[in-house]
Design a protein around this ligand. Structure first.
Ligand SMILES: Cc1cc2nc3c(=O)[nH]c(=O)nc-3n(C[C@H](O)[C@H](O)[C@H](O)COP(=O)(O)OP(=O)(O)OC[C@H]3O[C@@H](n4cnc5c(N)ncnc54)[C@H](O)[C@@H]3O)c2cc1C
Length: 371
């Protein structure tokens, strides 16, 4: 079987690897590879049962692949705090039961242990402490996979029709014929597929984060702040540095309204003004140092899709959680390509859940991995 994978970010890289390991002749092409050296959050604390399953499987895959190909220090275990308003307590308690069954070490903090918490908190909040959340060095994994599958660095366009898809690499038609062509281009997937007349419920947008100096006792934790709709996380080696008495951490959630992706993502001028007041509710001192932005894509229910149109398959819509569940969804896409049966949870990633002809026009209220 011959498969062409277009776009080797998180999802396309893992998919190419799984196909190659199954003996498929894979041609993998992607424009660029750029992931932060501080890693991305990989948490099993998801809402949807299929996402919990996929996040757990993704963590296993990270460990298996790093062992198989000798990639050091891929996962760093870190504690995380989930902060919600009291009204959400019952809802989160139910999720906590599911998370515990899936290997998450998590407890609701009692009043007397709140003194130990390295950020400000308030009477009407409930705080959960997880002691085995992780940061994944996705950059290291993707670098290695690009070598193993020999990803070619080019721009791809697709033309023609669903029945007869033509692939153009840097403007020249690729003569090699494929049994399947898989598009895993993240925020570019929607515009690529439109060229062959396919409309999918995908919506691209810009996602922003920043490096901040914060007054916090230590900086080796993730804070999922669902009250202020932000997150704060460690920033690798930089976390050991100080600016005066402040520690460096990354904070984010400056999503823009839907917009077409550009090759270079600039941070919006309003980003710092929007996030600083939210951070001030947690930290006495907040200093914005530098922003960073990238493009993501989403769907009406904020969960990714696997969509098949004859020989053409799209795997996209990973929001801000592609490193949390992407490799497991790539494994499911591999089964779809090889025509293997899916279980019920795996089937929930198929685009069929939206019916036909559904388009996405606005961003979901919260992302699938957010409470
Ligand atoms: C600031 C920020 C912070 C984030 N933090 C986290 C986090 O902590 N945890 C987490 O899980 N997720 C996080 N995400 C989200 C995560 O990065 C995405 O969910 C993930 O990258 C989606 O994976 P993907 O493979 O679908 O797309 P991408 O990773 O975007 O990969 C798409 C690939 O396709 C290539 N491509 C596109 N068009 C073409 C073309 N025409 N020809 C050839 N190649 C093409 C691109 O160059 C790219 O390599 C964050 C995102 C941002 C922007």
């Amino acid at each position: 079987m011959r498969v062409c994978v277009v776009g080797c970010g998180v999802v396309g890289s893992f998919l190419s690897l799984f196909l190659k390991e199954r003996g498929v002749d894979v041609t993998a092409i992607s424009r660029r590879r750029r992931y932060p050296r501080i890693g991305l959050i990989q948490s099993i604390m998801q809402k949807h049962p299929a996402d919990i399953y996929a996040a757990r499987r993704t963590r296993e895959l990270y460990l298996e692949i790093s062992r198989r190909y000798n990639i050091d220090d891929v996962l760093t275990y870190v504690r995380s705090y989930t902060v919600v308003r009291k009204e959400k307590e019952e809802h989160v308690d139910k999720l906590v039961e599911q998370w515990k069954k899936n290997g998450v070490s998590i407890e609701k903090l009692e009043r007397d242990s709140l003194k130990e918490i390295p950020f400000k908190h308030y009477e009407d909040e409930i705080i959960y402490l997880c002691t085995n959340d992780t940061i994944v060095r996705i950059d290291k994994l993707i670098d290695k996979i690009w070598n193993i599958v020999n990803v070619k660095k080019h721009n791809v366009e697709i033309k023609g029709s669903i029945e007869n898809v033509k692939i153009y690499v840097d403007g020249r038609e690729l003569k090699k014929k494929f049994d399947k062509i898989v598009i895993c281009c993240g925020s570019w997937t929607r515009s690529l597929l439109r060229k062959v007349g396919i409309t999918l419920p995908l919506l691209p947008y810009k996602c922003q984060a920043g490096l901040f100096a914060l007054s916090t006792r230590d900086s080796n934790y993730i804070l999922y702040d669902y009250v202020n709709k932000t997150y704060v996380r460690p920033c690798g080696e930089l976390s050991k540095l100080r600016i005066g008495r402040e520690k460096l951490m990354v904070a984010g959630n400056g999503n823009t309204p839907p917009m077409e992706p550009e090759e270079k993502a600039e941070v919006e001028p309003w980003f710092a003004d929007e996030i600083i007041p939210k951070l001030r509710r947690r930290f006495e001192k907040v200093r914005y140092l530098k922003g960073s932005a990238g493009f993501c894509d989403t769907t009406p229910d904020a969960r990714p899709i696997i969509a098949s149109f004859g020989s053409l398959i799209a795997v996209s819509g990973f929001d801000g959680y592609g490193a949390e569940i992407g490799p497991a969804v790539a494994e499911i896409a591999c089964k779809v390509i090889l025509d293997e049966p899916l279980n019920e949870l795996e089937r929930s990633f198929l685009v069929d859940r939206f019916g036909t002809g559904v388009e996405a026009s606005s961003l979901p209220e919260v992302e699938a991995h957010e409470l």
